[in-house]
Design a protein around this ligand. Structure first.
Ligand code: FES
Ligand code: MG
Length: 594
């Protein structure tokens, strides 16, 4: 009796299309979805309806290839007995969106939640790629709770200029310095930067995009190997097909995001992030995704689980190679295989989207090019994770020590009397505009013993948080060969930047954090051994400064309705920059009846 079709668990979409208790509504829902040629067989039989959450569009060049790939997803879904409905996701283009794409992560999240919750959908393929598209879509599937699988668009091909690899984003920082130092003119500047983006796909460096796509795989939300296949490669289309097939099975198995993205999965992802040299945006996004699942995760976890993990992946900005090399060396499965072999992956038994565990998927995978993906016995660097700094400047701020260059290390961290600590005179900028206006002003008298501080660049201050903490020194110091000063700020930094900044400071200045109180000329002490960052100012003086602060300083007026709403509701970076109240809603798609 159990194999009679009527005993099968009913698909969620049948609450719209085949609801015996409400034939009138069923007819209404049906006619509107039949009108473009779908049949009753497709909508009322036992075929799961699979959403393709489409993040590709003309506005989003990094993800635009998803428009093509979705055809292969559709073929896979159809072959496995499902029906697809492609749905638009609010566009998030990292480099094109003003004031910052980060502002729109939560907007795309909210809109996808409503689409998945309010329409007749049984499962979803998440088209991930460009930086914020990955966390926005993972957050949304966490909230809705229907079966979900992610598909990376894949990185761009390697960029080349005069016989050398040029990586997206990273080349901009280098070209900017060359331009400032007078080594290249305006046209060469444009040509050099454009050379880094030779094809469709996401950034080919280990920036936030490669990081978040790799971590979506490390969390178990993609098929093994999916993150790193370059967008134009044939394997990318094949991966799209397999992903489409698999989501149909996942719906029949009722394999939901909460079963895959467990606390164990996040711990694995933190370790993988260190091994790949992942972006400082990763803690914001993973802490945010975890919050929507009810999984506790904070920046202390990042330091405790991630700091002592070695850097294995030799990709720019910390290393030399790019996306194609990463894929050819084995991609994420090879990184996880190397970590497993050394006993460094904390949870080998974590479940993944293909129904297998991490160790089943990656246990026998190894690097196919030890120049690009190193074994644990011969890493690029030891202790490649993030430090979580605290003090009277902020409660939490992240530092990526793996990108500290020798020049910086020698100047600031290798003083035998005070190893791993330094003190300097603060130079404080109240906004990005303030920084640009004054950085080269000789009156600031900036020397190599100064610490640059950027405030007004956090989620409320900017809004969304600007990627501006990696501040270049004044031109007169660059010409003297000083390429990096210590930088501290409540904004973010591009994952493609190689600056050893202390960033994502929470709470931000506009939220009354300690950064609101610091003044140019204050002595600031950073101790990387104790993980502290403090202004050398008495508590009494800090109290007096706080009393003198106006209402919501360091936050200019909002320019749009969403900015207004976002600022009112947003939590600090350390808490994932999620919206207050949003995480009270979990697995809402499972409970819904129309
Ligand atoms: Fe879109 Fe880098 S700007 S992936
Ligand atoms: Mg960025």
């Amino acid at each position: 009796m159990t194999d009679k079709p009527s005993d099968k668990p009913k698909l969620r979409s049948r609450q719209w299309f085949d609801n015996p208790e409400d034939r009138e509504m069923t007819a209404l829902y049906l006619e509107r979805y039949l009108n473009y040629g779908l049949t009753r067989e497709e909508l009322q039989g036992d075929k799961p309806i699979i959403a393709i959450a489409q993040t590709g569009s003309d506005l989003s060049p990094c993800n635009r290839h998803h428009v093509e790939l979705s055809k292969r997803v559709r073929d896979g879904v159809t072959a496995a007995g499902g029906v697809t409905m492609e749905i638009p996701v609010h566009p998030i283009q990292e480099t094109g969106k003003r004031p910052t794409a980060m502002l729109d992560r939560n907007l795309a999240y909210l809109s996808l939640v409503e689409s998945l919750f309010g329409y007749p959908l049984d499962g979803v393929v998440l088209n991930i790629g460009c930086d914020k598209t990955t966390p926005a879509l993972l957050m949304a599937c966490a909230t809705v709770g229907i079966p979900a699988i992610a598909l990376s668009v894949g990185p761009m091909l390697n960029g080349w200029f005069r016989g050398e690899r040029t990586g997206s984003g990273t080349i901009v920082w280098k070209a900017r310095e060359m331009h400032a130092a007078g080594e290249i003119d305006d046209d060469e500047f444009m040509e050099l930067v454009a050379s880094s983006a030779p094809s469709t796909g996401y950034c080919n460096t280990m920036g936030t995009a490669t990081t978040m796509n790799s971590l979506a795989e490390a969390l178990g939300m993609q098929l093994p190997g999916s993150a790193a296949i370059p967008a134009p490669y044939r394997e990318r289309g094949q991966m799209a097909y397999h992903t489409g097939r698999r989501i149909v099975e996942m719906v029949h198995e009722d394999l939901t995001p909460a079963q895959i993205m467990t606390r164990e999965a996040f711990e694995n992802a933190i370790v993988v992030n260190s091994a790949i040299g992942g972006s400082t945006n990763a803690p914001i996004h993973l802490n945010g995704i975890a919050r929507h699942l009810g999984v506790p995760l904070d920046n202390d976890d990042w330091q405790r689980l991630g700091y002592e993990v070695p850097l294995l992946v030799n990709l720019q900005p910390a290393g030399e190679y790019l996306g194609e090399d990463y894929h050819r060396a084995g991609g994420v499965p090879a990184v996880i295989g190397e970590l497993l072999a050394a006993g460094l992956l904390p949870h080998p038994e974590a479940l993944t989207a293909n129904g297998q565990t991490m160790v089943e998927n990656c246990g026998d995978k190894r690097s196919e090019n030890p120049d690009v993906i190193k074994p644990v016995s011969d890493p690029m660097l030891k202790d490649a994770g993030f430090l979580n700094l605290k003090g009277n400047l902020f409660d939490s701020a992240i530092m990526k020590t793996s990108v500290i260059k020798d020049e910086f290390r020698q100047r600031y961290l290798e003083n035998p009397d005070d190893p791993m600590a330094f003190e300097g005179r603060a130079i404080v900028f109240d906004s990005i505009e303030d920084y640009h206006a004054r950085i080269d002003d000789p009156a600031l008298d900036i020397d190599e013993h100064c610490i640059l501080i950027m405030r007004g660049a956090g989620p409320i201050g900017y809004p969304g948080g600007a990627e501006v903490v990696n501040m270049r020194p004044p031109n007169y110091l660059l010409k003297k060969g000083i390429h990096a000063l210590p930088c501290v700020g409540d904004g973010r930094q591009s994952g493609t930047s190689g600056s050893p900044s202390i960033l994502n400071a929470s709470p931000e200045a506009a939220d009354g954090g300690g950064l609101a109180l610091v003044q140019t000329g204050d002595r600031v002490r950073i101790d990387l051994k104790k993980c502290t960052a403090d202004m050398q100012v008495s508590d009494a003086d800090l109290d007096a400064r706080r009393r003198a602060l106006g209402q919501m300083p360091f936050a200019p007026d909002s320019q749009s309705p969403w900015q207004e709403i976002f600022r009112e509701k947003v939590r600090p970076f350390a808490e994932g920059m999620t919206l207050q109240g949003a995480d009270a809603y979990r697995e809402i798609g499972k409970k819904y009846t129309p």
